[in-house]
Design a protein around this ligand. Structure first.
Ligand code: HEM
Length: 141
C-alpha cells in the first residue's frame, strides 16, 4: 500500500515526505494553545483562554492525519525499521492525543484558573517539542 501511495505521488511530481506538511497543524496549534492560555491571565485578556481552547480542538483534528503520514513516511523512507526515535515518537504521539482529548472534554475556558488543566496545556507544549525534536533528529540527524 505504501508503495502505491508514494508511486502515485511521484507520478504527479510530488516527491517530498508527506508528514512534515501535516505536522504544522498539531505543532502550531499546541504552541498557540499554551501561549493564549498563559496570556489569558494578563489583565483584561481572559477571552484568550477560549482562543487557546479552540487551538486545542484544531490540534486534535490534525492528530490523525499527522500520525498516519508519519507512519507512511516511516515505512517508505526508513523501511519501517524499529529505532529509539520512532518508538519515542509513537509514545509521545499517544500521550499528546490523550492530553488533547482530556483538555477538550474537561476544560472550561470561561473559568480558567492556574490549576491542573493549565498544567496540562504546558505539558502538551513540552510533548509537542519532544515530537518536533525527535522528528528533526530523524530528518536532519
Ligand atoms: C502528533 C504526532 C506527531 C507530531 C506532532 C510529529 C512532528 C514531527 C515533526 C515536527 C517532524 C520534523 C519534520 C520536518 O520539519 O522535517 C517530524 C518528522 C518525522 N516524524 Fe513525526 N510527528 C508525530 C508523529 C509521528 C509518528 C507516530 C511517526 C511514526 C510512526 C512519525 C514519524 C516521523 C518521521 C519518519 C519523521 C522524519 C521526516 C519524514 O520522513 O517525514 N511522526 N515529526
Amino acid at each position: 500500500m505504501t508503495d502505491v501511495i508514494f508511486g502515485f505521488l511521484s507520478s504527479i511530481g510530488f516527491t517530498h515526505p508527506l508528514h512534515p506538511a501535516f505536522t504544522h497543524i498539531p505543532m502550531g496549534m499546541v504552541i498557540g494553545a499554551v501561549v493564549f492560555r498563559l496570556a489569558s491571565f494578563l489583565p483584561r485578556m481572559k477571552m484568550l483562554a477560549k482562543t487557546g481552547y479552540h487551538c486545542v480542538i484544531l490540534a486534535l483534528l490534525g492528530i490523525a492525519p499527522t500520525i498516519v503520514t508519519g507512519y507512511l513516511d516511516w515505512q517508505h523512507r526508513f523501511g519501517g525499521g524499529w529505532e529509539f526515535l520512532i518508538v519515542l515518537k509513537m509514545v509521545l504521539a499517544g500521550v499528546l492525543t490523550v492530553l488533547l482529548l482530556l483538555v477538550t472534554i474537561k476544560d472550561d475556558p470561561d473559568n480558567r484558573r492556574v490549576d491542573r488543566l493549565t498544567g496540562w496545556y504546558v505539558l502538551m507544549a513540552l510533548v509537542a517539542i519532544g515530537l518536533g525534536y525527535s522528528g528533526g533528529e530523524l530528518q536532519y540527524g
